[in-house]
Write a protein of this length. Structure first.
Length: 206
């Protein structure tokens, strides 16, 4: 018998929600109901004051768990460009100091890398997941990283909510992230890979 009846996906991003649901299928198959913030009527957002992806993932998981009383699963991640001293990093969504559009973030990245050549355009997408159970103050983390480099121009496909994927050419395939086939995508999707890790540990916890 599962102690946990529900797990809250702690994000408002529709694209992330779809990936979370895919990655959490093994838990839903165990009879655990996967619910979203919309399902529970929460529209608030926490202040992401962490200095790392891991800290922000914990902040978000705790915030939404305390709001709802449910165990929550949150993520935080973004693009890291060593040439730009790790920017945008934890500020990936807030790089311009506000809620910028995908197109603005793409344009800003290309401007900042205008004079960067070859290895200077190396970059990676990093992600941390945090599962938080308020009943036992239990925290479980998982993280992944995808290596690549920033192209000179964006891909013709830009998926809403994922601007940096339209710029990142994946090392293993030498193609834009969003041009990968479904099977190729499964091998590099950092959220799905991290979810696979954390689901295994949540199952052990249960």
């Amino acid at each position: 018998m599962n102690r946990l009846k529900k797990i809250l996906i702690a994000t408002h991003n529709p694209g992330k929600i779809a990936e979370f649901k895919r990655g959490l299928k093994k838990l839903s198959d165990r009879g655990i109901k996967i619910v979203t913030l919309k399902d529970v009527g929460v529209e608030d957002k926490p202040e992401e004051t962490g200095k790392t992806f891991k800290e922000n993932a914990l902040i978000k998981a705790k915030f939404y768990s305390q709001k709802t009383g449910l165990p929550a699963l949150a993520d935080d991640g973004g693009l890291v460009i060593p040439y730009l001293k790790g920017e945008p990093g934890v500020k990936s969504a807030r790089w311009l100091g506000r809620e910028a559009t995908d197109q603005e973030l793409i344009a800003n990245t290309l401007i900042r890398l205008k004079n960067a050549k070859n290895k200077q355009r190396k970059a990676y997408l990093e992600l941390f997941l945090c599962f938080y159970d308020p009943d036992k103050n239990k925290q479980i983390f998982a993280n992944t990283k995808i290596n690549g480099h920033i192209a000179n121009r964006p891909n013709h496909v830009v998926i809403k909510g994922f601007p940096y994927r339209a710029l990142l050419i994946i090392d293993n395939y030498n193609r834009y992230y969003d041009d990968l086939t479904e099977n190729e995508h499964k091998t590099v999707n950092h959220r799905l890979l991290a979810l696979k890790k954390i689901v295994k540990n949540i199952n052990i916890y249960l």
